[in-house]
Write a protein that binds this ligand. Structure first.
Ligand code: MN
Length: 262
């Protein structure tokens, strides 16, 4: 039963992680790659509405894979593919393998996860894969083997609407990865700092810099905890951002009995 798998990312169509992921998907059938031409990490879930989108075929490192570079965001790339740019029906969208983690509050910034969000909005099952290694010589092979294993399991087939799977792989050789943990989003700590400098015309400009993010690795049952302890983290993510707990509190506070304006 051959599948047609769409592969995207936010690191750009020429990133090593997307090559590894596309290659890992080949045993399942047809693979098509569509991703931003350049690195769009931390672009979030951007929809480009006020300028044209350009899409160009590109040659790709994996034989038998059709690949396209887009001028805009990862979610734009998935949207155009699913809205008809790719003619053959798509069974599954995979995003990654991202250069670096997507855990905790990272998900709201992540172009990798947003590509998967876009897929579930268009009723396609989706999995996002990230390798917790930002180094230039990172080895994507263990994460690619994990991605192949996850797709072979077929877990994505029974996901409810607007739900995707987010997978983070620790930077370890396969034989040192301890296993899989099904976990919730943990709590990130960002160590961002506002850098202020002066441009050649004497005007200040700003840059969000600082140290790499850290987070709470001690709270059991989270993505940060699992990967810190050598496990692959598997987190089902729902696009419904409602806080049901606070809804109950607001109801109990009698908000719905108020007369507007009084
Ligand atoms: Mn990225």
């Amino acid at each position: 039963m051959a599948m047609h798998i769409l592969v995207s990312n936010d690191d750009g169509v020429y990133a090593p992680g997307i090559t590894a992921l596309a290659e890992a998907m080949l045993p399942f059938g047809q693979v098509t790659v569509i991703a931003p031409r350049e690195n769009r990490s931390a672009i979030g879930h951007r929809k480009t509405m006020h300028k044209p989108l350009r899409i160009d075929p590109v040659s790709f490192a994996v034989k038998g894979v059709a690949a396209f570079a887009t001028s805009e965001s990862p979610s734009d790339s998935v949207a155009v593919a699913l809205l008809g740019f790719i003619k053959e029906p798509i069974d599954l969208v995979v995003s990654g393998i991202n250069r670096g983690a997507n855990m905790g509050q990272d998900l709201t910034y992540s172009g990798t996860v947003s590509a998967a969000f876009e897929a579930v909005i268009w009723h396609k099952p989706a999995i996002a894969f990230s390798l917790i290694d930002v180094s230039e010589d990172a080895d994507y092979r263990p994460a690619a083997a994990i991605a192949r294993q996850m797709v072979a399991l077929g877990l994505y087939r029974n996901l409810p609407p607007l739900t995707l799977l987010n997978v983070n792989v620790p930077p370890l050789p396969l034989e040192q990865i301890k296993g899989f943990k099904i976990v919730r989003q943990g709590l990130r700590t960002y160590n961002d700092a506002l850098i202020t400098r002066i441009d050649p015309f004497g005007r200040p400009y700003y840059w969000i810099g600082g140290e790499a993010p850290s987070g709470d690795m001690t709270e059991e049952g989270t993505d940060l905890w699992a990967t810190h302890n050598g496990y692959v983290s598997l987190t089902p993510i729902h696009l419904d951002m409602t806080s049901y707990a606070v809804m109950r509190e607001l109801e109990a506070a009698g908000i719905e009995r108020l007369v507007p304006g009084q």
